[in-house]
Ligand binder design. Structure first.
Ligand code: NDP
Length: 290
């Protein structure tokens, strides 16, 4: 049986560490860290992520302010909210939940973000610092993948790491983090135009999949005894389930898990870590502001 990497348990340990730190801050009469979230529209997954942020913040003792707008919110209202959050001394950091409605320009939004409060690494200054290996707020999901590997004692030094997906929020930043001298991996990044995808993936000691394609990665993509990290998350119809759907990743877990050395499940793998790492970033912003 492979080692099932329990993201939920690791995330829970991180949250306990954070809650202990918050308690100590409060005991010293200091304010609690404060995370804000800006969301516009009715996207179900985005709303449930924001609800979860509010709940998790409460769980560790943070203050959370959610700025929720309807889908037809004028762009200027979103920009004004960001300006307000930048200047609000009580807010340590914030995220702007995607997707934004089409009338709101992402470029304008990013230009308004203060890099010191940018908990999702949207701003080019933070992305640039990430590329240079300098201290920054790493985007939560790649940060979560790195924490999962580290806390599961999976050494990346000298390993062939193949990342499937080149998005700005997962694949690209993760490739930089694995390349840095604290990780020392040999990194290959694949995308929809990569030729011989199976052959490239079969080289991987560590295969990280973030393509948004439910269960596309089958056992024939995976080397014997590889470590497989599945970032994908999907709800797919399943009449056999009482609620009519099941949650799965980009990896076909049942067959891949028989071949690999270690694997993250979905749910309970990377997803749980994303939230924990967002909370970690908020603590970091709090400390640097204090
Ligand atoms: P994007 O859609 O932004 O990027 C997908 C990437 O995968 C692109 O680079 C695309 O290539 C590549 N790709 C798509 N299809 C294929 C294919 N058939 N073969 C090879 N490459 C392919 O996705 P995200 O990075 O935002 O998210 C990826 C997955 O991770 C999604 O399932 C998402 O829900 C999940 N996710 C989970 C999070 C969590 O907390 N667990 C957080 C963020 C995302 P190209 O660039 O050529 O189009």
């Amino acid at each position: 049986m492979p080692n099932i990497i329990d993201g939920k348990a690791i995330a829970s340990t991180i949250k306990t560490e954070i809650a202990t730190e918050v308690k100590s801050l409060l005991d010293q009469g200091k304010p609690a860290p404060h995370l804000a979230v800006v969301i516009a529209g009715e996207d179900g997954a985005a709303l449930s992520y924001v609800n979860s942020i509010e709940k998790q913040c409460k769980g560790v003792g943070y203050i959370c302010s959610a700025y929720k707008f309807p889908a037809n919110v004028p762009e200027k209202d979103i920009l004004a909210t960001i300006d307000f959050l930048n200047s609000d001394d009580e807010v340590d950091g914030y995220i702007i939940q995607m997707p934004l409605p089409k009338q709101v320009s992402i470029d304008k939004v990013v230009a308004h973000v203060d890099p010191r409060k940018d908990m999702d690494c949207f701003h080019p200054v933070n992305m640039g610092n990430l590329l240079l290996g300098k201290d920054c707020y790493a985007p939560a999901t790649p940060h979560g993948v790195m924490e999962l590997l580290r806390r599961s004692n999976i050494d990346t030094t000298g390993k062939e790491c193949v990342i499937l997906g080149r998005s700005n929020i997962v694949g690209k930043p993760l490739s930089m983090m694995l390349l840095h001298k604290d990780a020392n991996a040999t990194v290959t990044v694949c995308h929809s135009r990569t030729k011989n995808l199976k052959r490239v993936c079969s080289r991987a000691d560590i295969l990280i999949v973030a393509i948004g394609q439910p269960e596309m990665i089958t056992a024939d993509y995976v080397k014997e005894k590889a470590t497989v990290i599945d970032v994908g998350i999907h709800r797919i119809p399943d009449p056999a389930q009482p609620n009519g759907y099941r949650v799965c990743g980009d990896v076909k877990f049942d067959e891949v898990s028989k071949k690999c050395e270690a694997i993250t499940p979905v749910p309970g793998g990377v997803g749980a870590m994303t939230m924990a790492c967002l909370l970690q970033n908020t603590m970091k912003a709090y400390k640097s502001r204090q």
